[in-house]
Design a protein around this ligand. Structure first.
Ligand SMILES: Cc1cc2nc3c(=O)[nH]c(=O)nc-3n(C[C@H](O)[C@H](O)[C@H](O)COP(=O)(O)O)c2cc1C
Length: 348
């Protein structure tokens, strides 16, 4: 693996990251992305998906907000009307997107019943029209994210990917499951490998990467240009950095320790409260802080309490109690000091 040194090229964009943190609705907001970037400034990231139709009435919605100097960043659009998608793409450019990602993988019935998301894998000629219309409307690269197909009997990811490439897309992300599978079963990396073999634009393999080892295995097995990691980054903003440090610099960065993880959990919640206000901020931060405690000794005991937090003070108390349960008074004092400093340490 040590020989892989080159950045991924998406159209005219040179990306110095083998990791793509793809869209996750309700997760990959400005705060989430900024935490990943603090550790790995060059990481390839995208916004949550946004409705192209919705943008026609509300072009400045929060999902479109991109941080100052935030790059490389994609805005992911969903929709099935080529002209509306083309207009939405122009809005994404105005918001500062470096590339447009088109969602052709979302399996949720609310999305697919309107021909959006993965439903487009059953309408390849419409999908083609969409890519062409979006591509013609903007000067930045267009990428597409899709699955293996609609269901077991219609796994068309290879032909679909070839069609997407021929329509002008600059890269694709392939989630190794069908729409019927949703998130069940294991992602089929062999099938992703078949897509990669048949395309000449970069392919990001996606599905079930939760560790550095998983990332190395996916790239070895599929020969993909990069790896897209969604759930594995929740509560673990260090993962992208650790993978890139290994693949680009052959360097093994240690896993974060207890105090580091709990400090980031608190800071994540605090930033969400600052960005979205106390009600939404606390509400959304519950799932995030729970994710930071996954795998921790005694974590399960405290996760119930974390689902109930009403403010940052309650969160702080629970995290301090958790640190005490794991590492006694020394860990608790260390966490107290770290939280008072409110500084996120970034290890090289
Ligand atoms: C909470 C959540 C929200 C998601 N939202 C989106 C989305 O907005 N657009 C999209 O293309 N995929 C979305 N996905 C799918 C992920 O980008 C990814 O393809 C999938 O989770 C498989 O990758 P993983 O095994 O690394 O999690 C979402 C996944 C999760 C768990």
């Amino acid at each position: 693996m040590g020989s892989v040194k080159m950045a991924v090229k998406i159209g005219n964009l040179n990306i110095n990251s083998f990791v793509y943190v793809p869209p996750m609705a309700g997760v990959t907001d400005l705060v989430f992305r900024s935490l990943i970037r603090k550790l790995d400034p060059s990481c390839l990231l995208a916004t949550e998906m946004v409705s192209s139709r919705g943008l026609m009435n509300n072009p400045n919605c929060r999902i479109m907000h991109i941080g100052e100097n935030e790059t490389p960043i994609g805005i992911q659009l969903f929709g099935h009307e080529p002209d509306v998608m083309a207009k939405a793409a122009k809005l994404a450019v105005a918001s500062g997107a470096d590339f447009i990602d088109i969602n052709m993988g979302c399996p949720v019935p609310k999305i697919t019943k309107g021909k959006d998301g993965c439903a487009l894998m059953r309408e390849p000629s419409l999908a083609r029209e969409i890519v062409i219309a979006v591509k013609e409307s903007v000067d930045i690269p267009v990428t597409v994210k899709f699955r293996l197909g609609w269901d077991d009997g219609s796994k068309n990811a290879v032909e679909f990917g070839q069609m997407i490439e021929a329509s002008g897309a600059s890269a694709v992300t392939v989630h190794g499951r069908t729409r019927a599978q949703l998130y069940s079963g294991k992602a089929d990396w062999d099938f992703i490998a078949a897509v990669k073999r048949n395309l000449s634009i970069p392919v990001f393999g996606n599905g079930d990467v939760f560790s550095l080892e998983n990332a190395i295995n996916l790239i070895e097995k599929t020969n993909c240009d990069g790896v897209a990691i969604a759930r594995g980054t929740m509560g673990n903003p260090w993962l992208a950095h650790r993978i890139n440090q290994y693949l680009i610099h052959s360097k093994i960065v240690e896993e974060p320790g207890l105090i580091e993880r709990l400090t980031w959990a608190y800071t994540h919640a605090k930033m969400l409260v600052e960005y979205k206000g106390p009600r939404i901020g606390i509400n959304e931060s519950r799932r995030h802080v729970i994710n930071y405690t996954k795998g921790m000794l005694h974590g399960a005991t405290y996760r119930g309490q974390l689902t109930q937090i009403n403010n940052l003070d309650e969160l702080k108390d629970i995290l301090l109690n958790l640190s005490h349960a794991i590492g006694g008074i020394i860990a608790q004092d260390e966490l107290k000091a770290a939280l008072n400093q409110e500084l996120l340490e970034v290890k090289a």
